[in-house]
Design a protein around this ligand. Sequence first.
Ligand SMILES: Nc1ncnc2c1ncn2[C@@H]1O[C@H](COP(=O)(O)OP(=O)(O)OP(=O)(O)O)[C@@H](O)[C@H]1O
Ligand SMILES: [Mg+2]
Length: 273
Amino acid sequence: MLHINKLTKSFGANVAVDAASVAVEQPAMIGIIGRSGAGKSTLLRMLNRLTDATSGQIMFQDQDVTQLRGSAKRNWQSQCAMIFQQFNLVPRMDVVSNVLHGTLNRRSTLATMFNLYPTEDIHTAIEILDRLGIAEHAPKRAEALSGGQQQRVAIARALMQDPKIILADEPIASLDPMNAQVVMDALRRIHEEDGRMVIANLHTLDTARRYCDRVIGMRDGRIVFDGTPAQLTTGVARDIYGADETFSEAATSTEIEALNAEVVKLAQVAESA
Ligand SMILES: Nc1ncnc2c1ncn2[C@@H]1O[C@H](COP(=O)(O)OP(=O)(O)OP(=O)(O)O)[C@@H](O)[C@H]1O
Ligand SMILES: [Mg+2]
């Protein structure tokens, strides 16, 4: 389905992604982990053609993504929607308009200028918001929502494009554990219910382990691990994160995740009470 072949990106002498190869045969939920500067964002950006590869190839369903130009490239970009750590919403605009922004690439400039959205699209937007549990916030300004709610608006905007792939660059890095879980649950559900491929850069090992079918570990631009969460042993993690010093950073995330697990338990207890 998705074949990444020796994909490389250099910035001058710095090789950000070094001959990365990945084959995905069916829509999976994939987590990419690695220390800061490992090349995770650059890999996602190349996938969505936000940045061009220096060499190598990306094939999606027999289409050479690396060669796409003009409208074919824009079409590809709407097929693989991107979600960012900082949500990238228009803060003063209402939630539903932010979501409708996801249809921009298929609307005329005139319609965009006058904020004319087809009624059908507005209904779809509300349905998607409802699915993500935030329909009641539709008329509010995006900036009035919590981080977790804003990230769900960003997911709704992505879904508005009806993408085959959702690329998420550290989608929960700015969220507290409770909101992080809500957002990861939403991504997981979208993967399972819609059969969409989700590829997420994650900075905590445990999130990758818990939510993903497959984990890819990057170090210095290279893919050093590609396997199931069960295969991701502490030894492998040490290898991905390199120096022990950085690994202790991961240990801190583990603590956050442990706390997160406690929160879940408390919520379950509260629910059953
Ligand atoms: N536009 C750019 N110009 C020059 N160098 C860049 C550019 N973007 C990324 N790099 C370099 O490429 C390498 C990989 O960066 P990248 O952002 O992909 O890492 P990352 O794994 O996403 O890190 P983080 O976890 O901090 O987000 C780094 O050495 C970075 O400095
Ligand atoms: Mg990054």
